[in-house]
Write a protein that binds this ligand. Structure first.
Ligand code: GLA
Length: 385
């Protein structure tokens, strides 16, 4: 039974709810000490999202081991609402797609130990033309909080911007404040495609921000996103993550080698791991890539430092003193790649290959032949003197 609230508690809560400016006494923002993990329907379903897909995805995540591996959020993307606000100015889920409403869906997802995400837009319309939240931030945040939403991806279409950094900051901060005012911890995923260099202003506003345009299920896309996201390493850390977009692993447009590189590089970059395939029909190969425990541990390492790249070699320091080292072959022919292994100082190092599960001991470096579009990843453990 709910504890009756004192009059003072009601007054304090109401007063807090009236304050909308960040930095004042607002409830704490949602926290993402490690990069968020979960699912989003957009890459596999586009606008064909519905209640059944979301429920079956939540079930699949529990049954196929993804929930146990750390995947937590089940996120609804664009196209969930009806084209107009209701008479009270609120967003309404499309009753043909979500016949039981969002609260019931959130209850279903929560009952499986998972969390529910939704999508909105810092403009007059979403990218697919549904109502946007610009000027409706308070009511929309309240609506989502009442439904039990835990994660908001906030897009940038129809934004009426003058292109200034101040405009981006204003639009995205308004929703951040509205989310906080609800008192419900709702993770805030800023999606403006890297247009206003969000890594310079989004830390503290949201917990993650897209750094690039939309990913597609092709090697060309993955390679170009890696090239753009890697140099941004220094802007990310616990609670503030570069988001190079959702995973395409399992969608069929790339080879197994390319999907392994996709997962390897996202983990090395400490990227959010938001699976974007149909998890109900995932192949064993895609599932094993998405649930690679060693890579997930590298991605989720509590130190939260993304890898720094020197040429084809990436190094990510880890909280226990180990390092993750990746040798990335972005080229179209096999490459013989070498990484120095010399820190922290030690007589030798044990290298655990995250893809083969085998261990080797080296003293100064590792040299491997990496197939085209492939990536070798090792967890490097210094051995005692
Ligand atoms: C934008 C976003 C995508 C997706 C679509 C939905 O393109 O960047 O990730 O949310 O909108 O319309």
């Amino acid at each position: 039974m709910a504890r009756p609230r004192s009059l003072l508690a009601v007054i304090v809560t109401t007063a807090l709810a009236l304050v909308t400016w960040p930095g004042t006494t607002l409830p704490a923002a949602a926290a993402a000490p490690t990069p968020p993990m979960g699912f989003n329907d957009w890459n596999a379903f586009g606008c064909d999202v519905d209640d059944q897909v979301i429920r079956e995805t939540a079930d699949a995540m529990v049954v196929n081991g993804m929930a146990a591996a750390g995947y937590r959020y089940v996120n609804i993307d664009d196209c969930w609402s009806v084209p107009e606000r209701d008479t009270a100015g609120r967003l309404t889920p499309d009753p043909r797609k979500f016949p039981y409403g969002m609260k019931a869906l959130a209850d279903y997802v929560h009952a499986r130990g998972l969390k529910l995400g939704i999508y909105g837009d810092a403009g007059t319309k979403t990218c697919a033309g549904y109502p946007g939240s610009l000027g409706h931030e308070r009511v929309d945040a309240q609506t989502w909080a009442q439904w039990g939403i835990d994660y908001l991806k906030y897009d940038n279409c129809y934004n009426r911007t003058d292109g200034s950094r101040a405009d981006y900051l204003r639009r995205y901060t308004r929703m951040a404040a509205a989310l906080r005012t609800t008192g419900r911890p709702i993770l805030y995923s800023i999606c403006e495609w890297g247009e206003s260099q969000p890594w310079t202003w989004a830390p503290g506003v949201g917990q993650l921000w897209r750094t690039t345009g939309d990913i597609t299920d092709t090697w060309v896309s993955v390679k170009s996103i890696i090239a753009r996201n890697l140099p941004l390493a220094k802007f990310a850390g616990p609670g503030r993550w570069n988001d190079p977009d959702m995973l395409e692993v399992g969608n069929g447009g790339m080879t197994e080698t390319e999907y392994r590189t996709h997962m390897s590089m996202w983990a090395m970059m400490a990227a959010p791991l938001i699976a974007g395939a149909d998890l109900r029909t995932l192949s064993p190969s895609a599932l094993s890539i998405l649930t690679n425990r060693d890579l997930i541990a590298i991605d989720q390492d509590p130190l939260g430092e993304p890898a720094v790249a020197t040429g084809n070699v990436l190094v990510k320091p880890l909280a226990d003193g180990d390092r993750a080292i990746a040798l990335y072959n972005s080229g179209d022919t096999p490459a013989r790649l070498t990484a120095p292994i010399n820190r922290p100082a030690a007589p030798a190092y044990r290298l655990h290959d995250v893809w083969t599960g085998t261990d080797v001991t080296v003293t100064t470096s590792i040299t491997v032949t990496v197939p085209p579009h492939g990536t070798a990843v090792y967890r490097v453990h210094p051995l005692p003197f």
